[in-house]
Design a protein around this ligand. Sequence first.
Ligand code: GDP
Length: 289
Amino acid sequence: MLDRFGTGLKDAVKKLAGKSVIDKAAVDELVRDLQRVLIQSDVNVKLVMELTTTIKKRSLEEEPPKGMGAREHVLRIVYEELVHLMGDEVEVKLESQIILMAGLQGSGKTTTTGKLARFFQRKGLRVGVICADVFRPGALDQLSTLCQKVNVPCYGEHGETDAIGIVTRGMKELAGTEVLIIDTQGRHALEDELIEEIIALNELSHATHRWLVIDAALGQQAREQARRFHEAIDIDGVIITKMDGTAKGGGALSAVAETESGIVFVGSGETINDLERFDPDGFISRLLG
Ligand code: GDP
């Protein structure tokens, strides 16, 4: 159990382990340490407060199951509530699907599109990619290069500014594919045009998934981004990129809460293979590390 908590909370957990009784003071102390560590890791303050209120309440009210000591019981509650904070487990089905990528510029959306294409291809599915990022010059070349490396067809039109037209034609062109991934434009800010376009692309493509890409280093702004995208297209999964950096990804948890979804994948580097399925234990340990 201790291993799951990361170094930042190890001392607090040890303190708890040394106590002969687990009373309100002991729980309060643990909760304070937990709050400090989570806020340092960029987790939204409101989320932290909700989490710790539940932990306190459950720790003081629930009886430990038969055969479980009070300390272990409290630690289990802390762990369960942290897992709850990570959102639902998102199943990635290996079947035909259309994935619409959402996120602001620089979040890692195009790179992640290439990584996802690789992921599904390795699972034996026929994959195709459409580049509907008409905002960032170079996006199409970047995505084409990524796709060429792994032999995945990539549809795009140099110089075309109408994303709807590109996706309409791209879907025809790639009609035989099982997994279709559509990379969309991202801007520096949440402009109305961006939101209107992604709503139209969602309707046009009948996307089965709408995944939001969030940079691990994004702090409190993650919440607003997630809220706007979720309102627009009903986000059903979050991908946290750049987890190979120093950021702990705590900000992205507010995106998970806003969208009432879960973390689908984690980006762990710049190459096409640097994509991992989400592992709650690893994430918690890092968040509290
Ligand atoms: P977009 O504007 O959202 O399409 O962003 P890009 O896909 O172009 O990514 C922006 C930058 O982040 C690029 O330099 C990528 O190589 C880098 N990047 C994306 N994902 C990751 C990741 O998981 N780890 C690291 N270290 N860099 C990443």
